[in-house]
Design a protein around this ligand. Structure first.
Ligand SMILES: *Cc1c(COP(=O)(O)O)cnc(C)c1O
Length: 229
């Protein structure tokens, strides 16, 4: 079991390094989030012991036992659709929220952050592909939304996030990732925030190499990295 997991992690690391080399990027610019939603608490613990220190999950109900077991041993990323009534469970435990996609959610996060006296780094999730099944806001609304977020001092926009549609040929996802990078650059051009927005959370098991070539700073890897049980 553990040997298999180690082999998977090594194989992904080799692919990430090769892609960085090819793209002229430094390996340190790309973080790997291990998405453990398909695997058990036990496997999650093994993954952390094998060096995967960033864990991503998308439902609080599912991740709760894992978080309680390994809270201090990893950095936690909330990557799934976040219901407003779950904000109280998630904020303060997850270091990053990758799925900020509406003002009501932003206001709820702000409220909880104020109560805890913390700042919450978030990624604004854009639906670039326009697929109806995907969460995320239409890219055209980004600047207006960003101006509203800028008025919430306990939120920090760490970057943009998107999910590309599944493509049999990963190369076909490139325009989605490229567009996300262009929106990030335009957002910085608007100078809405007093800081540079650098992050791009993009790329999953099927398409992470293309995402890295297009500038991903975080790839979110489930099946290719920790498997599926
Ligand atoms: C499940 C999930 C992933 C990981 O999916 P894989 O294809 O198994 O790598 C990444 N991002 C989000 C938002 C997810 O829900």
């Amino acid at each position: 079991m553990e040997e298999q997991l180690r082999a998977r992690i090594d194989a992904v690391e080799a692919r990430v390094q090769a892609t960085c080399r090819r793209a002229g990027r430094d390996r340190s610019e790309v973080g790997i989030i291990a998405v453990t939603k398909y695997v058990s608490l036990e496997t999650t613990g093994q993954a952390i012991r094998l060096g995967l220190k960033h864990i991503g999950e998308n439902r609080w109900q599912d991740v709760q036992p894992k978080w309680e077991a390994f809270a201090e041993e990893a950095t936690w990323h909330f990557i799934g659709h976040l219901q407003t009534n779950k904000v109280k469970d998630v904020v303060g435990k997850f270091a990053y929220i990758h799925s900020l996609d509406r003002l009501s959610l932003a206001k709820e996060i702000e409220k909880k952050a104020v109560a805890l006296g913390i700042t919450v780094p978030c990624f604004i999730q854009l639906n670039i592909s326009g697929e109806e099944t995907k969460y995320g806001m239409p890219a055209e609304q980004l600047f207006e939304f960003a101006r509203q977020i800028a008025a919430l001092p306990h939120l920090r926009v760490e970057g943009l996030m998107t999910m590309a549609p599944y493509e049999a040929e990963p190369e076909a996802t490139r325009p989605v990732f490229r567009e996300l990078r262009e929106w990030r650059d335009r957002l910085n051009g608007e100078a809405i925030f007093a800081y540079e927005v650098g992050g791009l959370s993009m790329g999953m098991s099927n398409d992470f190499e293309v995402a890295i070539e297009e500038g991903a700073t975080w790839v979110r890897l489930g099946s290719v990295l920790v498997g599926k049980e």
